[in-house]
Design a protein around this ligand. Sequence first.
Ligand SMILES: Cc1ncc(COP(=O)(O)O)c(C=O)c1O
Length: 418
Amino acid sequence: MTANQSSSTPGTANQTLNAWPLLTSENFKDVITCMSSGELSGSGLAVINAFERRAENWFGGGHVVSTSSGTDALTVALLALGIRPHDVVLVPSYTWGATAMAPLLIGATPRFVDIDRNSYNIDPEALTKAMAPDVKAVIAVHIHGMSCDMDPIMDIARSRGVPVIEDCAQAHGALYKNRQVGLLSDMGCFSMQKSKHFSAGDGGFLVTRDPVLAQQARNICNFGLPTPKQNYRFEEGQRDGYAVYRECEQIGGMYRLNPLSAALVKDQLEHLQPRIESLQAAMAPLLATAAQIPFLQITQPAPHQTHVWHKIRVGIGYEAVDHYGMPMADLRQGLRNSLAKSGIASTLWTAPILPLQKVFRPYAGTFDWTKSAGHLAIENSFIVFDEKYPLIAQEPATMASLVSKLRQVWTDHFSALA
Ligand SMILES: Cc1ncc(COP(=O)(O)O)c(C=O)c1O
């Protein structure tokens, strides 16, 4: 059975039963076991603990705390690092809104930093300029699956004593200098929403090397109650003549991962590496010949970085505007139409850049963001393939032929325009 087919009855072998997320009969069994256990809510549950310890093995270190979503992982990380209302948090100008929404949700202030037009990641030079005395944290996003240039980012932040959070929502398994993203900063935050390389439907987790931060995060996820990893009971006590029981000790909320989601995802980590490798193999011919494809811009990872291709963003070089005497918006729409006619879906994913989005405009400052590198890089680019695209990675031959078709349609489109 291929990943595109599905069956309604769970089999006995570790059979693929669902198109996307990739679910096997093992996953169904895990969910049923969780349901029969009756442990459908709470913290320190066996299934949550199993997922978190497995994820720690996968990272080869660190402490993992699961959360209800990637957005909540970011919110919890900010709270654990002591970010409070009105503190300034630097975020890249292009990312999913959740990155800037997390500071806003706790009353902090997002401040935007331009991105690099080739990698679409936060620009370390722009970050240096933005590092004002009121900055209390930085969130670096490994956008679309390629790691940021973390060394300069960490150097800039460390030299000012500012903590860094990595938003790894799109970058499970990406490496920087042979090190896993998530463990390159103070805290790494991941999403397990349905489009991600492994998925609980919805869910998230954070990872940190710091056991104190991990404990803080665990408490924050559970209403600010002191929360050990597993199997604990609160004792009734007395203080100053009154009863004390399940006392909330710090700020927190209900940010825990649902146990059914943990059951669904806990065996999926082992599928991640082969999935990434098949995507990288399919992308290699396109990257190797990118310079010969008319006006194609595509992110080329440096030798010390890997790209896990959560999203494939392609851009049209601005030279095409002069060459054809056409506005970029028309060039882009024309190309997308040609791709669509050949069965290649495309999406803008999210636009415009965050400082130009309605909710974030009050935080955009006085800079004219329409002149920023990020705005130009997003205005000439788009994402190819739709949300189900990680599914295609299950089938390396299909993936490779789609990438080659993309190359062909792109080349033909610009030849016909000439
Ligand atoms: C870069 C980025 N950050 C954060 C998130 C938020 O994750 P979630 O949807 O699990 O809340 C996403 C979600 O897609 C994302 O792409």
